[in-house]
Each structure stands twice: as structure tokens, then as C-alpha cells.
Design a protein. Sequence first.
Length: 197
Amino acid sequence: MILFMVRLRPIPFPSPTSDTTITAIDTPTVTVINPQKGPENAKITIVTFGDFQCVSCRDLAVTLDSLLKTYPNDIRIVWKDFPNESIHPFAAPASIAAACAGEQNAFWDYHDELYRRQTYLSQEQFALIAKDLSLNEKSFASCFDDSETLPKVRRDFEEGLALNLTATPTIFIGNDRTVGAVSLDELDAKIRELLSK
């Protein structure tokens, strides 16, 4: 059995008042390191900035899965990490863990499990999810314990600051930004409108 060391201090992320220089941008970037599902050549790309302890983010994940089933050839979902450590103590470690699962091509399965177990997330759950998903537990533990994926998570977070994000979830459909909870009907109408153009 693999045991994780308990992280006793927060994972350092820049804040808007830190010395980190953040250059403002209008739209998010999408690169090969960002977890994606849906066709690469989809007509519509939805970029979502989320936090694994955010209830509205969990609800949005369900909504986006429904949209992807409805429009499997037309939309692509891209994930970006924006953990809010000030109110969600396990959000940043969850992002690191999900990215470690991504190293084993299991990001989305791990993402879904984090949201399923959201109400009882803990340090121990990260290892249990890896085990339940039949990941290579030794590789996962090494990646997580050494915070190997922290630079990727931090890069997403800094991009969120550059976009002046104020809450999660925040989604971008092209240049259109939506903050907070959004219903399936609202998103479906938006997708239909864009596809009709």
C-alpha cells in the first residue's frame, strides 16, 4: 500500500498582490498540456477554469458532459486549474493529483472521481482514487509527493489571474466569458446559436 506524506503547509500560489508580474490577456490559451476531450478540430472550444472543491464547478462538469454527448463532433472541452486555496484547502492538491493522473492518461477519470467524492475530499482520497482507477500507484505517489505537476497547475492559475478571473467556474466560449453557475439549457442555446452561424 502506498502512503502519502501529509502536506502541512499550503502550496504556494501567486496572488494578485504578490511580486509576480501578471500581464493582462483577454482570452485563454489552449496547448497540448491542457486536458481536453472532444475532437481537436471541433467547431466550438469551451475552456473551463475550475476548482475541485467548488460545488458549481462540479455541477458545470456534469452539464459539459451532457453537452459533449449531445454534440460529440462539434465541441471540445478544455480544463484549466484555478484552485482557491483561501476557502478550499484540498483544491490545489487535488489539481496536482489530477494532473499526475493525467501523466497516466487518466485525467478525466480522476477529474470525475474528485467531483464524485467532493464532499469528503482528503489527503487520503487522492491515493484511494488512484488505486480505484488502477493507476500505477508508485508512479502516482512519486508524482504527487514531489508536486511534479505543480508548475502546470500554477501556469493555469497565473493565466486565470491574467484573465482577471474572480470566481470559479469561469468558462470561455471563444471571447465570450461566463462566470458562475450556468444551466444546461443556457449553454445548449449558446452552442446551437454558434453552430447555426
